[in-house]
Design a protein around this ligand. Structure first.
Ligand code: FAD
Ligand code: NAI
Length: 463
């Protein structure tokens, strides 16, 4: 008689492990299948957590080498011990993945180690063992999109996985793709001494973000020393003694040229990962972009099989996957699980950080929604001046007729933390005036948020 469960979750990333915990909290007997040696998925092992560890370390290095002197602090002989920096990153990852193991034990979630394969609705095989379950939740995540002609070896031509593991600072790093990964990891290696060139197919970086913020971001990163080749495509790569020679062409066609790099990072997006899952064998449908097709309640077209996280539609973000994990567990338990996709923040953890929630100005224009803009620069914020971090601004978009907040976009110090109050404001259906009339501590960076809210109706005080 095979072991049987109420729910088997396949994949232990932020979507899967959170779903497993929530389902267990709701009284269900739960197993979570993971083929990686450790829990936590892409995010904890090779994504969010190791990248933020290196972003933190490299930012400290840059502060010590370039910023301390502005504060009157002299430091002699600052050195870089990359091996130690990488070892610390490993320790951070280990602490996080062990944390998930602890949470599984605490919530009595069974960890099934190995690759999960769906045999039929209600039947999953792991390492030759079969298990029965009332529900299957697929949370198998995503993988890097390959670029034809630029073959990844994770040594000199790397994805984010190899880009987090370099044991030497490359003299010349070429990043293909000016999105989240390219700009975060490009920043890490630039701060540590690499000359970084970002090759982007479109005419702007971070294409999904508000256009004005994207332009400002590009200017600030260029000021820090990052080079940009926009409207450019890479058509081939050749490895030699000198490094990797890439062939570039204007995106719209034209004369080719070559550039050489010691390391090339391919970061042109990620795609859903469903290899080996057996979804096709049970008739599970994918959408036109290869994502598992689900209805508004995370149900696939096969009864009893659900899907969440990077392998379905929506932004590929850890907190989106987590929120869906909670929602689907609640739906399975007969409750009203729900995710508000209008209020999911996105943050690029460079310095300054870039954060947004809700609609961009371009989206509002395309949707024909009448809006007003409130903007406030960090140069006029006392705390930002005291910190010496005045690059950037807060931009709020509110409905012209009702004043309801529709979007918030911040580029500036700690933007990733500042955005939280605006996600909450949008979630609660707040108006710009609600934010502007809320008391904000002085002197804090959050005052720039309040001032931007006041600016939406022409009432900013400090500009
Ligand atoms: P994943 O985390 O990908 O987990 C899926 C798991 O399923 C994997 O562990 C995989 O081994 C397992 N699996 C797959 N198939 C099977 C199978 N058949 N059987 C058993 N196990 C299987 N997001 C943010 O919000 N903030 C960030 O700062 C951030 N930084 C990132 C940095 C990098 C470099 C990368 C690559 C991504 C980053 N992301 C970030 C995105 C984030 O990692 C993903 O959105 C998130 O991990 C998605 O969670 P998930 O649970 O859907 O899938
Ligand atoms: P991305 O979608 O963020 O950016 C990819 C970029 O590559 C885009 O600007 C795109 O126009 C460009 N591009 C596509 N094809 C190209 C080509 N052939 N040549 C040149 N440029 C090309 O994808 P990225 O950076 O790979 O990250 C994947 C996902 O992982 C992100 O979208 C995000 O969801 C997640 N992530 C989130 C982070 C965060 O929340 N801080 C950090 C890192 C990743």
């Amino acid at each position: 008689m095979p072991d049987s469960f109420d729910v088997i979750v396949i994949g232990a990333g932020p979507g899967g492990y959170v779903c497993a915990i929530r389902a267990a909290q709701l009284g269900m007997k739960v197993a979570c299948v993971e083929k990686r040696e450790t829990l936590g998925g892409t995010c904890l092992n090779i994504g969010c957590i190791p990248s933020k560890a290196l972003l933190q370390s490299s930012e400290l290095f840059e502060e010590a080498t370039h910023k301390f002197k502005d504060h009157g602090i002299g430091l002699a002989g600052v050195t870089l011990d990359l091996a130690r920096m990488q070892a610390r990153k490993g320790e951070v990852v280990t602490a996080n993945v062990r944390g998930v193991e602890f949470l599984f034990r605490k919530n009595k979630v069974t960890w099934l180690k190995g690759e999960g394969r769906i045999l039929a609705p209600g039947r999953v095989a792991v390492n030759g063992e079969e298990y029965e379950t009332k529900h299957i939740v697929i949370a198998t995540g995503s993988e890097s999109i390959p670029l034809p002609g630029v073959e990844v070896d994770e040594r000199v031509i790397v994805t984010s996985t190899g880009g987090l593991e370099l044991d030497r600072v490359p003299e010349r790093l070429v990043v293909i793709g000016g999105g989240y990964i390219g700009l975060e990891l490009g920043s890490v290696w630039r701060r540590l001494g690499a000359q970084v060139t970002v090759v982007e197919f479109l005419d702007r970086i971070v294409p999904g973000m508000d256009g004005e913020v994207g332009k400002a971001f590009e200017r600030i990163l260029a000021k820090q020393g990052m080079k940009f080749r926009l409207k450019t495509k890479v058509t081939g790569a050749r490895k030699g003694n000198e490094g990797v020679t890439l062939t570039l062409e204007p995106a719209e066609g034209g004369a080719a040229e070559e550039i050489t790099a010691d390391v090339v990072l391919v970061a042109i997006g990620r795609r859903p990962y469903v290899n080996g899952l057996g979804l096709d064998a049970v008739g599970g449908a994918l959408d036109e972009r290869g994502r598992i097709a689900t209805n508004g309640h995370y149900a696939t077209n096969v009864p009893g099989i659900w899907a969440i996280g990077d392998c379905i539609a929506g932004p590929m973000l850890a907190h989106k996957a987590e929120d869906e994990g909670v929602a689907v567990a609640e739906i399975i338990a007969g409750k009203a699980g729900h995710v508000n996709y209008e209020a999911i923040p996105g943050v690029v953890y460079t310095w300054p950080e870039v954060a947004s929630v809700g609609r961009t100005e371009e989206q509002l224009k395309a949707e024909g929604i009448a809006y007003k803009v409130g903007k406030f620069p960090f140069t006029a914020n006392g705390r930002a001046r005291a910190m010496g971090d005045t690059d950037g601004f807060v931009k709020l978009l509110a409905d012209k007729a009702t004043d309801r907040l529709l979007g918030a976009h911040i580029i500036g110090p700690d933007a990733g933390t500042l955005i939280a109050e605006l996600a909450l404001a949008i979630e609660f259906g707040a108006s710009a005036e609600d934010v502007g009339r809320t008391s904000h501590a002085h002197p804090s960076l959050n005052e720039a948020v309040k001032e931007a809210a006041l600016a939406a109706s022409g009432q900013a005080l400090h500009i």
